[in-house]
Design a binder for this molecule. Structure first.
Ligand code: ATP
Ligand code: MG
Length: 392
């Protein structure tokens, strides 16, 4: 379902924004540091219930507003023009408050999510409104740590399938308990009997998550390869491969046995580190081109194209899972791209029902879409609709 309205208060430098977001392609242009990424960050928050870039959610609250104890609010209305009843009003609010913990004065950020006025958890929000974001930070998908690739899969599958996120949350809870027990054991206190229970839970959730991620990775691959070949120079053969820390069996049923076996093998190591050594929280996936590992050897342009191809494959997978295309957010995706490649990306984007594109140079987009896109100027935290086609 498309996002039809967006209201922001005190979200970064976007102090007060009230926008009607059109269906189809809309373009948000402006100089550096005006609020373009803040806008897509806010919109994406409605889908994944958190910021894609803030280390700490306190960063999201406008500096002046935080001093005055005001809230930061992201509010979106998502609606199907043909189905009045399916309307969703999603609000994500952040409040920064002073806290006087034992460690000295600090602050606390609290987040509150409401869907049609009813208080919801982040886990309940994810999956209601679907979005895929491509940003400059996505180079991390290729060259960054394994956690960046795990997050990619987790966000994709969580939006596609709400059972996955529940299982992931349960797994993380089990992991914490099991690691606590490992620490207790290292200190020579008891706990062996409880361990059996937590091992069983770990294997159950972990095995399911591993299989699910592997399955999604396999189903993602053809689209990924196709997009990459469309966007790169001829002769590049990319490959994706899930790298589980628990070996995958030939038949899915065998995974729990493999998992138990692998746990036995790492027991010594776990004893020393008091941390669970294997499982989905340690997995990764390989990205290679013509057999060369791109995590270590991608050129800058290659990394960008691979990351964009992953995002386009993500959007396709979400469309297939949900029966309708997600909102596509392209944040500064076109810089460093030559004109013909840019046109190919925009053509692919235009297949989605709703696309929001940010750029410093509107002509990069208006040259392709002309009057079929809507244009907005972003300047000093204000976002203003523009009549006609902007010129630089
Ligand atoms: P670029 O073209 O360089 O990517 P942008 O338009 O995407 O620029 P944003 O990343 O959206 O810029 O940042 C807009 C401005 O908001 C920046 O000047 C940034 O310092 C500022 N900013 C970030 N967080 C806050 C905050 N909590 N309060 C006030 N201003 C903030
Ligand atoms: Mg930006």
């Amino acid at each position: 379902m498309p996002l039809s309205r967006l209201h922001l208060s005190n979200f970064r430098n976007l102090v007060e924004v009230d926008l009607e977001i059109p269906a189809g392609v809309s373009v948000y242009y402006g100089a550096n540091a005006q609020g373009k990424t803040a806008l897509v960050e806010a919109v994406y928050t409605l889908a994944i219930a958190r910021s894609f870039r803030a280390e700490n959610e306190r960063e999201l609250v406008n500096f002046d507003a935080a001093k005055d104890g005001e809230l930061a609010i992201v509010e979106g209305v998502v609606e199907d023009p043909n189905d009045e009843a399916a309307r969703l009003r999603v609000i994500v609010g952040y409040r920064v408050s002073e806290s006087t913990a034992a460690t000295g004065p600090g602050y606390r950020v609290s987040k509150e999510i409401r869907v049609n006025r009813i208080r919801r958890t982040a886990g309940e929000l994810v999956g209601l409104f679907h979005a895929v974001l491509f940003s400059a930070l996505d180079i991390e998908l290729v060259q960054g740590p394994p956690s960046a690739r795990r997050r990619f899969l987790d966000i994709l599958i969580s939006q596609a399938d709400s059972v996955y996120l529940k299982s992931l949350q349960r797994y993380q809870q089990v992991l914490r308990q099991r690691n606590r027990l490992l620490r207790i054991r290292r200190e020579g206190r008891a706990g062996a009997d409880e361990m059996e229970y937590w091992d069983g839970e770990l294997v159950k959730e972990g095995a399911w998550l591993t299989l699910r991620r592997n399955e999604v990775m396999e189903s993602l691959t053809p689209a990924f390869v196709g997009h990459h070949q469309d966007l790169s120079v001829p002769g590049e053969n990319p490959q994706l491969r899930y790298r589980p820390s628990v070996p995958l069996p030939s038949e899915p049923q065998g995974i729990e046995d493999n998992y138990r076996e692998a746990l036995r093998e790492t027991a010594g190591r776990e004893q020393a580190t008091a941390a669970t050594a294997i499982g989905p929280h340690r997995d990764d996936f390989d990205i290679s081109v013509n057999g060369v590992d791109m995590r270590a050897f991608a050129s800058r342009g290659q990394a960008r194209t691979l990351a964009l191809s992953l995002r386009l494959a993500e959007a396709e997978a979400l469309s297939a899972a949900r029966g309708t295309g997600p909102l596509l957010l392209l944040d500064d995706a076109l810089s460093e791209m030559d004109a013909s490649r840019r046109a190919r990306v925009l053509e692919k984007a235009s297949l989605y029902p709703q696309v929001m594109i940010t750029t410093t140079d509107p002509e990069q987009v208006s040259g392709f879409f002309g009057e079929s896109a809507f244009y907005f100027e972003v300047s000093g935290g204000q976002i203003t609709p523009v009549v006609g086609i902007p010129t630089a």
